[in-house]
Design a protein around this ligand. Sequence first.
Ligand SMILES: [Zn+2]
Length: 325
Amino acid sequence: MLLDAIHMGVSPLLMASRWVRNRLSPPVLILLYHRVTRLEHDPQLLAVSPENFRAQMRYLKENFALARLDDDWERIPKPAVVVTFDDGYADNALEALPILEELQVPATFFVATELLGSGREFWWDDVERLLLTERTYPPALELQINGAAKRWDTAMPQQRARCYQELLPLLRRELPQQREDHLDKLRSWAGAGKEGRATHRSLSGEELRTLAASPQVTLGAHTVTHSSLSTLPASHQREEIAASRARLEELTGKKAEVFSYPFGTRRDYTGATVSVCRELGFARTCSAFPGQWRAGTDVQQLPRQVVRDWDLATFKKQLSRFWIS
Ligand SMILES: [Zn+2]
Protein backbone atom coordinates (compact mmCIF):
# COMPACT_ATOMS: atom_id res chain seq x y z
CA MET A 1 0.00 0.00 0.00
CA LEU A 2 2.83 2.38 0.85
CA LEU A 3 4.59 1.53 -2.39
CA ASP A 4 1.38 2.47 -4.21
CA ALA A 5 1.45 5.76 -2.34
CA ILE A 6 4.96 6.52 -3.47
CA HIS A 7 3.95 5.73 -7.05
CA MET A 8 1.00 8.12 -6.70
CA GLY A 9 3.29 10.85 -5.37
CA VAL A 10 1.72 10.85 -1.88
CA SER A 11 4.19 10.99 1.00
CA PRO A 12 4.34 7.77 3.05
CA LEU A 13 3.93 9.85 6.22
CA LEU A 14 0.66 11.38 4.94
CA MET A 15 -0.49 7.93 3.86
CA ALA A 16 0.28 6.47 7.26
CA SER A 17 -1.59 9.25 9.08
CA ARG A 18 -4.65 8.73 6.86
CA TRP A 19 -4.46 4.99 7.43
CA VAL A 20 -4.51 5.58 11.19
CA ARG A 21 -7.38 8.09 10.88
CA ASN A 22 -9.45 5.58 8.92
CA ARG A 23 -8.97 3.02 11.70
CA LEU A 24 -9.87 5.52 14.43
CA SER A 25 -12.84 7.04 12.59
CA PRO A 26 -13.96 4.51 9.98
CA PRO A 27 -15.55 6.13 6.93
CA VAL A 28 -18.42 5.43 4.59
CA LEU A 29 -17.33 5.32 0.96
CA ILE A 30 -19.92 6.33 -1.66
CA LEU A 31 -19.32 4.97 -5.14
CA LEU A 32 -20.65 6.72 -8.24
CA TYR A 33 -21.73 4.76 -11.30
CA HIS A 34 -23.60 5.92 -14.39
CA ARG A 35 -24.17 2.98 -16.71
CA VAL A 36 -23.94 -0.82 -16.78
CA THR A 37 -23.68 -1.95 -20.38
CA ARG A 38 -21.16 -2.59 -23.12
CA LEU A 39 -20.55 0.26 -25.58
CA GLU A 40 -18.46 0.39 -28.72
CA HIS A 41 -17.49 4.01 -28.04
CA ASP A 42 -17.62 5.54 -24.59
CA PRO A 43 -15.74 8.88 -24.71
CA GLN A 44 -16.94 9.93 -21.23
CA LEU A 45 -15.99 6.50 -19.75
CA LEU A 46 -19.43 6.15 -18.14
CA ALA A 47 -20.17 2.48 -18.85
CA VAL A 48 -19.10 -0.50 -16.73
CA SER A 49 -19.56 -3.87 -18.45
CA PRO A 50 -22.11 -6.21 -16.83
CA GLU A 51 -19.29 -8.73 -16.11
CA ASN A 52 -17.12 -6.18 -14.34
CA PHE A 53 -20.11 -4.73 -12.48
CA ARG A 54 -21.15 -8.17 -11.21
CA ALA A 55 -17.58 -8.92 -10.05
CA GLN A 56 -17.34 -5.51 -8.34
CA MET A 57 -20.68 -5.96 -6.53
CA ARG A 58 -19.79 -9.49 -5.44
CA TYR A 59 -16.47 -8.26 -4.06
CA LEU A 60 -18.18 -5.44 -2.14
CA LYS A 61 -20.78 -7.85 -0.76
CA GLU A 62 -18.11 -10.26 0.46
CA ASN A 63 -15.75 -7.68 1.94
CA PHE A 64 -17.67 -4.65 3.23
CA ALA A 65 -20.80 -3.59 5.03
CA LEU A 66 -23.18 -2.35 2.32
CA ALA A 67 -25.24 0.63 3.42
CA ARG A 68 -28.05 2.65 1.91
CA LEU A 69 -27.69 6.35 1.25
CA ASP A 70 -30.54 7.04 3.64
CA ASP A 71 -29.32 4.78 6.50
CA ASP A 72 -28.21 6.26 9.80
CA TRP A 73 -24.45 5.93 9.21
CA GLU A 74 -23.58 6.69 12.82
CA ARG A 75 -25.11 3.34 13.75
CA ILE A 76 -23.91 0.95 11.03
CA PRO A 77 -20.84 -1.29 10.92
CA LYS A 78 -17.92 0.45 9.17
CA PRO A 79 -16.08 0.75 6.89
CA ALA A 80 -19.20 0.69 4.75
CA VAL A 81 -19.84 1.21 1.05
CA VAL A 82 -22.83 2.88 -0.61
CA VAL A 83 -23.57 2.30 -4.31
CA THR A 84 -25.12 5.18 -6.29
CA PHE A 85 -26.01 5.78 -9.94
CA ASP A 86 -26.48 9.16 -11.63
CA ASP A 87 -28.61 10.25 -14.59
CA GLY A 88 -31.24 7.57 -15.26
CA TYR A 89 -30.06 5.60 -18.29
CA ALA A 90 -32.36 2.76 -19.43
CA ASP A 91 -29.59 0.25 -18.71
CA ASN A 92 -29.90 1.06 -14.99
CA ALA A 93 -33.19 -0.90 -15.01
CA LEU A 94 -32.29 -3.37 -17.76
CA GLU A 95 -28.73 -4.38 -16.81
CA ALA A 96 -27.75 -3.03 -13.38
CA LEU A 97 -30.95 -3.83 -11.47
CA PRO A 98 -31.00 -7.62 -12.14
CA ILE A 99 -27.39 -7.88 -10.84
CA LEU A 100 -28.14 -5.76 -7.76
CA GLU A 101 -31.21 -7.88 -7.02
CA GLU A 102 -29.41 -11.18 -7.59
CA LEU A 103 -26.59 -10.20 -5.21
CA GLN A 104 -28.87 -8.24 -2.84
CA VAL A 105 -26.88 -5.03 -3.08
CA PRO A 106 -28.78 -1.82 -2.23
CA ALA A 107 -28.27 1.18 -4.53
CA THR A 108 -29.52 4.72 -4.98
CA PHE A 109 -30.52 5.96 -8.44
CA PHE A 110 -30.51 9.71 -9.08
CA VAL A 111 -32.66 10.40 -12.12
CA ALA A 112 -32.85 13.53 -14.31
CA THR A 113 -36.46 13.75 -15.43
CA GLU A 114 -36.76 15.78 -18.64
CA LEU A 115 -36.12 12.88 -21.03
CA LEU A 116 -37.97 10.13 -19.16
CA GLY A 117 -39.96 8.10 -21.67
CA SER A 118 -38.87 10.28 -24.60
CA GLY A 119 -36.52 7.80 -26.30
CA ARG A 120 -34.01 10.65 -26.42
CA GLU A 121 -30.41 10.87 -25.21
CA PHE A 122 -28.87 13.08 -22.55
CA TRP A 123 -27.42 16.19 -24.10
CA TRP A 124 -23.74 15.17 -23.83
CA ASP A 125 -24.56 11.88 -25.59
CA ASP A 126 -26.52 13.74 -28.25
CA VAL A 127 -23.41 15.84 -28.97
CA GLU A 128 -21.45 12.61 -29.38
CA ARG A 129 -24.13 11.15 -31.68
CA LEU A 130 -24.15 14.33 -33.79
CA LEU A 131 -20.36 14.63 -34.11
CA LEU A 132 -18.69 11.27 -33.60
CA THR A 133 -20.92 8.66 -35.24
CA GLU A 134 -20.77 7.40 -38.80
CA ARG A 135 -22.50 9.89 -41.17
CA THR A 136 -21.70 12.42 -43.89
CA TYR A 137 -20.67 15.69 -42.27
CA PRO A 138 -20.55 19.27 -43.61
CA PRO A 139 -16.99 20.70 -43.78
CA ALA A 140 -17.46 23.22 -40.95
CA LEU A 141 -19.69 24.02 -37.97
CA GLU A 142 -20.48 27.57 -36.85
CA LEU A 143 -22.28 28.42 -33.62
CA GLN A 144 -22.89 31.60 -31.65
CA ILE A 145 -22.21 30.24 -28.17
CA ASN A 146 -21.53 31.82 -24.76
CA GLY A 147 -21.84 35.18 -26.56
CA ALA A 148 -19.05 34.48 -29.06
CA ALA A 149 -18.95 33.27 -32.69
CA LYS A 150 -17.28 29.85 -32.88
CA ARG A 151 -16.19 27.91 -35.92
CA TRP A 152 -14.78 24.41 -36.23
CA ASP A 153 -13.54 22.54 -39.29
CA THR A 154 -15.35 19.21 -39.30
CA ALA A 155 -14.35 17.37 -42.49
CA MET A 156 -11.91 15.00 -40.73
CA PRO A 157 -12.73 12.67 -37.79
CA GLN A 158 -9.97 14.22 -35.63
CA GLN A 159 -11.40 17.71 -36.31
CA ARG A 160 -14.83 16.54 -35.17
CA ALA A 161 -13.27 14.90 -32.09
CA ARG A 162 -11.71 18.24 -31.20
CA CYS A 163 -14.99 20.06 -31.81
CA TYR A 164 -16.72 17.56 -29.49
CA GLN A 165 -14.13 18.14 -26.73
CA GLU A 166 -14.45 21.92 -27.00
CA LEU A 167 -18.23 22.02 -27.36
CA LEU A 168 -19.11 20.05 -24.19
CA PRO A 169 -17.70 22.57 -21.66
CA LEU A 170 -19.22 25.46 -23.65
CA LEU A 171 -22.67 23.84 -23.60
CA ARG A 172 -22.31 23.06 -19.89
CA ARG A 173 -22.14 26.81 -19.16
CA GLU A 174 -25.30 27.61 -21.16
CA LEU A 175 -28.85 27.96 -19.86
CA PRO A 176 -31.02 24.91 -20.66
CA GLN A 177 -33.06 26.63 -23.40
CA GLN A 178 -29.97 28.05 -25.10
CA ARG A 179 -28.29 24.65 -24.99
CA GLU A 180 -31.37 23.07 -26.57
CA ASP A 181 -31.28 25.73 -29.32
CA HIS A 182 -27.63 24.88 -30.03
CA LEU A 183 -28.51 21.19 -30.17
CA ASP A 184 -31.33 21.92 -32.61
CA LYS A 185 -28.82 23.68 -34.87
CA LEU A 186 -26.37 20.82 -34.48
CA ARG A 187 -29.11 18.33 -35.42
CA SER A 188 -30.06 20.12 -38.60
CA TRP A 189 -26.35 20.64 -39.41
CA ALA A 190 -25.75 16.87 -39.06
CA GLY A 191 -29.02 16.01 -40.84
CA ALA A 192 -30.22 14.06 -37.78
CA GLY A 193 -33.46 13.99 -35.81
CA LYS A 194 -34.15 14.08 -32.07
CA GLU A 195 -34.68 10.35 -31.63
CA GLY A 196 -31.78 8.85 -29.69
CA ARG A 197 -29.83 5.65 -30.12
CA ALA A 198 -31.51 2.69 -28.36
CA THR A 199 -28.20 2.07 -26.57
CA HIS A 200 -28.13 5.56 -25.06
CA ARG A 201 -31.72 6.43 -24.22
CA SER A 202 -33.09 7.57 -20.90
CA LEU A 203 -35.38 5.31 -18.80
CA SER A 204 -38.96 4.86 -19.93
CA GLY A 205 -41.73 5.52 -17.39
CA GLU A 206 -42.26 1.76 -17.01
CA GLU A 207 -38.53 1.10 -16.46
CA LEU A 208 -38.44 3.86 -13.85
CA ARG A 209 -41.36 2.24 -12.03
CA THR A 210 -39.63 -1.17 -12.14
CA LEU A 211 -36.49 0.39 -10.70
CA ALA A 212 -38.34 2.27 -7.98
CA ALA A 213 -40.37 -0.81 -6.98
CA SER A 214 -37.27 -2.87 -6.15
CA PRO A 215 -36.59 -3.33 -2.43
CA GLN A 216 -32.90 -2.71 -3.20
CA VAL A 217 -33.52 0.74 -4.68
CA THR A 218 -33.59 4.22 -3.18
CA LEU A 219 -34.84 6.84 -5.60
CA GLY A 220 -33.18 10.26 -5.83
CA ALA A 221 -33.69 13.47 -7.82
CA HIS A 222 -31.07 14.90 -10.20
CA THR A 223 -32.80 18.01 -11.70
CA VAL A 224 -34.97 18.22 -14.82
CA THR A 225 -32.51 19.27 -17.55
CA HIS A 226 -29.17 18.13 -16.08
CA SER A 227 -27.69 21.61 -16.15
CA SER A 228 -24.71 22.79 -14.16
CA LEU A 229 -26.71 24.49 -11.39
CA SER A 230 -24.14 27.23 -10.76
CA THR A 231 -25.07 28.71 -14.17
CA LEU A 232 -28.69 29.28 -13.04
CA PRO A 233 -30.25 31.94 -10.78
CA ALA A 234 -31.31 30.54 -7.38
CA SER A 235 -35.04 30.59 -8.26
CA HIS A 236 -34.38 28.58 -11.44
CA GLN A 237 -32.21 26.14 -9.47
CA ARG A 238 -35.04 25.59 -6.99
CA GLU A 239 -37.47 24.93 -9.83
CA GLU A 240 -35.11 22.37 -11.46
CA ILE A 241 -34.57 20.55 -8.17
CA ALA A 242 -38.16 20.61 -6.86
CA ALA A 243 -39.76 19.78 -10.23
CA SER A 244 -37.54 16.74 -10.76
CA ARG A 245 -38.46 15.38 -7.34
CA ALA A 246 -42.18 16.03 -7.91
CA ARG A 247 -42.07 14.27 -11.31
CA LEU A 248 -40.31 11.20 -9.90
CA GLU A 249 -42.77 10.95 -7.03
CA GLU A 250 -45.73 11.37 -9.37
CA LEU A 251 -44.47 8.69 -11.77
CA THR A 252 -43.52 6.11 -9.14
CA GLY A 253 -45.65 6.84 -6.08
CA LYS A 254 -42.39 6.67 -4.06
CA LYS A 255 -40.64 9.40 -2.09
CA ALA A 256 -37.42 10.89 -3.47
CA GLU A 257 -35.71 12.29 -0.41
CA VAL A 258 -32.14 12.42 -1.65
CA PHE A 259 -30.55 14.46 -4.42
CA SER A 260 -27.31 14.66 -6.41
CA TYR A 261 -25.88 17.76 -8.10
CA PRO A 262 -25.53 17.35 -11.90
CA PHE A 263 -21.80 17.00 -12.74
CA GLY A 264 -21.18 17.44 -9.03
CA THR A 265 -17.86 19.28 -8.92
CA ARG A 266 -17.60 22.28 -6.58
CA ARG A 267 -17.93 24.54 -9.64
CA ASP A 268 -21.25 23.00 -10.66
CA TYR A 269 -23.25 24.29 -7.67
CA THR A 270 -23.14 27.18 -5.21
CA GLY A 271 -23.94 27.97 -1.59
CA ALA A 272 -27.42 28.91 -2.80
CA THR A 273 -27.85 25.41 -4.27
CA VAL A 274 -26.90 23.79 -0.97
CA SER A 275 -29.37 26.07 0.87
CA VAL A 276 -32.15 25.16 -1.57
CA CYS A 277 -31.51 21.44 -0.99
CA ARG A 278 -31.60 21.97 2.76
CA GLU A 279 -34.81 24.04 2.53
CA LEU A 280 -36.47 21.43 0.32
CA GLY A 281 -35.74 18.91 3.05
CA PHE A 282 -33.47 16.44 1.26
CA ALA A 283 -32.06 14.02 3.81
CA ARG A 284 -28.77 13.76 1.90
CA THR A 285 -27.24 15.31 -1.20
CA CYS A 286 -24.31 13.94 -3.16
CA SER A 287 -21.51 15.79 -4.92
CA ALA A 288 -18.96 14.15 -7.19
CA PHE A 289 -15.62 15.19 -5.76
CA PRO A 290 -13.43 12.51 -4.19
CA GLY A 291 -13.50 11.73 -0.48
CA GLN A 292 -15.39 9.80 2.17
CA TRP A 293 -18.09 10.44 4.70
CA ARG A 294 -17.12 10.39 8.34
CA ALA A 295 -18.83 11.86 11.41
CA GLY A 296 -19.16 15.61 10.82
CA THR A 297 -19.11 15.57 6.97
CA ASP A 298 -21.71 17.96 5.45
CA VAL A 299 -24.60 15.67 4.43
CA GLN A 300 -25.65 18.16 1.74
CA GLN A 301 -22.28 17.79 -0.05
CA LEU A 302 -21.28 14.16 0.23
CA PRO A 303 -18.11 13.21 -1.64
CA ARG A 304 -18.21 10.27 -4.03
CA GLN A 305 -15.66 8.21 -5.95
CA VAL A 306 -16.35 7.52 -9.62
CA VAL A 307 -15.98 3.90 -10.71
CA ARG A 308 -14.82 3.07 -14.25
CA ASP A 309 -14.96 -0.13 -16.29
CA TRP A 310 -12.39 -1.86 -14.08
CA ASP A 311 -11.77 -5.58 -13.85
CA LEU A 312 -11.69 -6.99 -10.33
CA ALA A 313 -7.93 -6.59 -9.81
CA THR A 314 -8.07 -2.91 -10.80
CA PHE A 315 -11.22 -2.33 -8.75
CA LYS A 316 -9.53 -3.74 -5.62
CA LYS A 317 -6.50 -1.51 -6.17
CA GLN A 318 -8.65 1.58 -6.72
CA LEU A 319 -10.76 0.80 -3.64
CA SER A 320 -7.67 0.70 -1.46
CA ARG A 321 -6.71 4.13 -2.89
CA PHE A 322 -10.23 5.45 -2.14
CA TRP A 323 -10.00 4.34 1.50
CA ILE A 324 -6.75 6.12 2.13
CA SER A 325 -7.39 9.26 0.09
ZN1 LIG B 1 -25.50 13.40 -13.82
